[in-house]
Every structure is written in C-alpha cells, then in structure tokens.
Design a protein around this ligand. Structure first.
Ligand code: P6P
Length: 323
C-alpha cells in the first residue's frame, strides 16, 4: 500500500508543501479520534454556546477541530497564516512568518450532523502567500482567486476516514488505517463520471430557484430511461463533503443556489466552493456560481458566500440551462 508521505514524494511535492499535508494528517487523526468517541462520554455533542462570524451556533466539535488544525498549521513552519470559518479574522503565525503558504479551512463542515452520527468533513485550500516571506501578511494573501490554489482537499469522517486532495495533478483518495493511523492510497486520479443519476439539492428552497434550476429540478423528476424507469434520484445528506464525495465517485451534481434565506448563497467561496471546485476541475468536473467558473471569482471578503453548482460535466451543463 502507498502511504501519503511516499505518494507526495513520488509526485515531487515540495518538502514545505508536504509538511502542510503532514499537519493535515496529524490534525485529522486527532479530530477523527474525537469524532469516533461521540456518545462515549466524549462531550462533543451540542452547541458550544458561542457564535461564529456567520452568526451560526458553533458546535463543540467545530471549535475543537478548529483548534486542532490551528495548532498543527502553526507548528508546521510552512504556513504563515490561515483563515477559518470559525475565526472572525485571518490568523498570522508570527513564529512562521517565513512560511511560503497560507491556508483557508472549514474545520468541520456539516456540523449539524454531528449529533445524529452522519458523515462530516474538513475542507482546506492552500495558496502561496503574495507578501514577501518574513513580512506581515495582508488581505491580499487571503483574497486570491481559486485558480491560484496550490492544492485543496477534504477529509471525510464517515464509514472510514478518507483524505481527498489535489496538488493540480489529478484528484486522489486516501483511506486512514485505524491500526497505524496513516493514510494509504485508495484511488489515484479519480474522475467524475461524465454524467450521473444523482442530484443533491435541498428542494425546500424550490420556490427560490431561478427558472433554469426550476426547469432542471423538474427535468430530474420527469426524465425516464429507455427502460421507462426514472433516470435520476435525489440524495442530500446535509454535508457538502459527503454529497460531493459520492457524486465524485458515482456521478452527480450538488447545487446550493441563492435563496430567500441566503440571497448570496449559503456556502463560502474561500474555504468551501473554491477547494471543492479545484478538486472537481482536477477530476474532469467543474464548479460554478451559476454564471461563471467559481475559480475565476476575485474574492472581496474573507467569509463571502456564493451560489454553488459542482459535479459531473453533463449534469453541470444541464443544470446551468443547457437542457
Ligand atoms: P441546508 C453545512 O452547514 C453546509 O454548509 C453544507 O455542508 C450542506 O450541504 C449545507 O450547508 C446544508 O444546508 O440549508 O440545506 O441545511
């Protein structure tokens, strides 16, 4: 079996970038250990009693995961600073100001699923810093378009714990071995199936959908295969990472459009839409805000949101109006 470190070495990933993956490895093992003990007295259920900048109730595990990843990124030496869904402002690591990278992270996506034992995940994006090494970071280091990502990925804490990432040369999947706590290659260069049968949309928002998306949702309900059976089925887990992971392997599309409750969309550009779109692009799919390639958007705010479509190319074309 190919371990994460030997794979990174074989892909000629630089030692500094590899050290960030080592930090993600360590932090994700710590988080997984806590997640796996949910209900065994590990008091990780429920709300912490605090809110993040989004005004969302922080779950105890959100904060725990955030602290784990901050600690490992601070220690690894290659990360000069990071932005997190759980932190109002970007963090600068004064002890690593020579670090050549910055990281954006959603430490725990889908945290509403923690209490009901459903898959959750960590999403990350890695960029080269723009300010000179050794100098203080500035907004421009974090407000980079997604096309400038050096790497991105996610960890899904589910039936098994899997790490999925790309450094721009394919999208690869690793599984955590509970025996030695190391990640081993599961699938190299994964590709979205061109088309798929699964659409992941919360249809409670149907009345808010634009005409193209309404037509697409109806198309998915009406379409029948040659055998006269329905072509599509809906699967919506409430964890972007879990829906994306299934769609990547089996074909499918995930859509979270602008809605009345979330007029700019719910998902965050920097640490959800961009990293997932970078993975999709490296797996033959793509991400869009409904109008443009997500990776082309020039961010203006750390926690800005956008409508999000991501998945198999044919389904993306159809959902974006090319039925
Ligand atoms: P809703 C989790 O909070 C998340 O950001 C995604 O992981 C998930 O797909 C979506 O929001 C669920 O949102 O409004 O459908 O419950």
């Amino acid at each position: 079996m190919t371990s994460l470190s030997s794979f990174l070495n074989s892909e000629n990933v630089s030692p500094n970038l590899a050290s960030i993956f080592e930090a993600i490895h360590k932090a994700s093992v710590t988080v997984q250990n806590e997640v796996s003990r949910a209900g065994l007295g590990a008091d990780i259920f429920g709300a912490k009693g605090s809110e993040n900048i989004q005004g969302e109730q922080q779950q105890k595990l959100d904060v725990y995961a955030d602290e784990c990843f901050i600690r490992e990124f601070r220690l690894c030496g290659s990360v000069a600073g990071m932005a997190s869904e759980e932190q109002d402002h970007a963090l600068q690591f004064d002890e690593s100001l020579t670090g050549e990278y910055v990281v954006m992270i959603d430490p725990l996506d889908g945290s509403s699923n923690i209490d009901v034992n459903v898959a959750i995940g960590t999403i990350f994006a890695i960029y080269k810093r723009l300010t000179p090494a050794g100098e203080n970071l500035s907004d421009k280091d974090f407000l980079q378009a997604g096309i400038h990502q050096v790497a991105s990925g996610y960890v899904t804490y589910s039936v098994s714990t899997q790490l999925v990432f790309s450094t721009g040369n394919g999208t690869h999947m690793f599984t955590l071995n509970p025996e030695d706590r190391d990640y081993y290659l599961y699938k190299k260069s994964v590709s979205f199936p061109e088309d798929g049968k699964v659409y992941s949309i919360n249809e409670v928002n149907l009345d808010d959908f634009n005409p193209e998306l309404k037509a697409y949702a109806q198309h998915c309900k009406d379409k029948r295969g040659e055998n006269g059976k329905r072509k599509y089925t809906g699967r919506y887990i409430g964890s972007l990472v879990a829906d994306f992971h299934r769609n990547l392997l089996k074909g499918g599309i995930y859509v979270y459009p602008a809605t009345t409750d979330s007029p700019k969309g719910k998902l965050r550009l920097l640490y959800e839409c961009n990293p997932m779109s970078f993975l999709a692009k490296n797996a033959g799919g793509r991400g869009s805000d409904g109008l443009q390639d997500i990776l082309e958007i020039k961010p203006t705010e750390l926690h800005q949101r956008c409508p999000f479509y991501v998945g198999s190319p044919i389904m993306m074309d159809e959902a974006l109006g090319n039925l």
